[in-house]
Ligand binder design. Structure first.
Ligand SMILES: [Zn+2]
Ligand SMILES: [Zn+2]
Length: 58
């Protein structure tokens, strides 16, 4: 286990304690981990993959 914090890809907030968060690999390249907080999911804030530049709420 690492002690790395979970930070939302979109809003950069620490969401270690956010039970509504979603953690998934980038749908395009699969190499970057996309982390979204419950708030950003709710209002469909866009995220961007740092590796391939993929953006989307999907
Ligand atoms: Zn967020
Ligand atoms: Zn990607």
């Amino acid at each position: 286990m690492t002690s790395e914090k979970l930070v939302c890809t979109s809003c950069k907030q620490d969401i270690t304690n956010d039970n509504g968060r979603v953690i998934m690999p980038c749908p395009k390249c699969g190499e970057e981990t996309i982390i979204r907080c419950s708030k950003c999911r709710k209002i469909a804030v866009k995220y961007k993959c740092d590796k391939c530049g993929f953006t989307g709420p999907n």
